[in-house]
Design a protein around this ligand. Structure first.
Ligand SMILES: [Zn+2]
Length: 149
């Protein structure tokens, strides 16, 4: 980051918007950065899978790289009628966004079926659902923690 004498807040906002644009990002994320609603280019998902860290991003291209920036529908999922508007977006990696959606919907269906957290953890481990970087395997605790975050 280059040293600037302007007010840190304004500079930081411009910088994040510039960084997002440099990564081929358009739309709501850039708008939020310009409004000072995103502090830094960092994956905000509860579980980040990127081994190079939450702050590592690749530019968007075709096909979409796993570590490109992506807007995640949060707190209201797209499946629940959520839209990509500033109150309903968090910044994520493409892959973290996809994985989060995958296990979230699986856990939800199993909760609806009346399964216990222990049974759900066993199911996720058995189906080899990708575990968050840093945790050994799914457990009742990690299932609950992930689902409510
Ligand atoms: Zn991530």
């Amino acid at each position: 980051m280059t040293a600037k004498t302007a007010s840190p807040e304004a500079t930081m906002g411009d910088t994040v918007a510039d960084q997002l644009r440099a990564h081929g990002t358009r739309g709501v994320l850039v708008q939020m950065a310009r409004r000072g609603q995103i502090i830094q280019l960092r994956c905000e998902m509860p579980k980040c899978y990127c081994h190079k860290g939450r702050g590592y991003f690749e530019p968007r291209s075709n096909p979409l790289p796993d570590w490109a920036p992506s807007p995640d529908h949060y707190p209201r999922l797209k499946a629940d009628g959520g839209h990509l508007v500033p109150w309903n977006v968090r910044l994520s990696h493409v892959l973290c966004n996809r994985e989060d959606y995958g296990w979230r919907m699986r856990i939800r269906r199993m909760l609806e079926k009346g399964m216990s957290l222990e049974e759900i953890a066993e199911n996720l481990n058995h189906k080899r659902i990708r575990r968050p970087h840093g945790s050994a395997k799914w457990s009742a605790m990690t299932v609950r923690k992930a689902f409510v975050s």
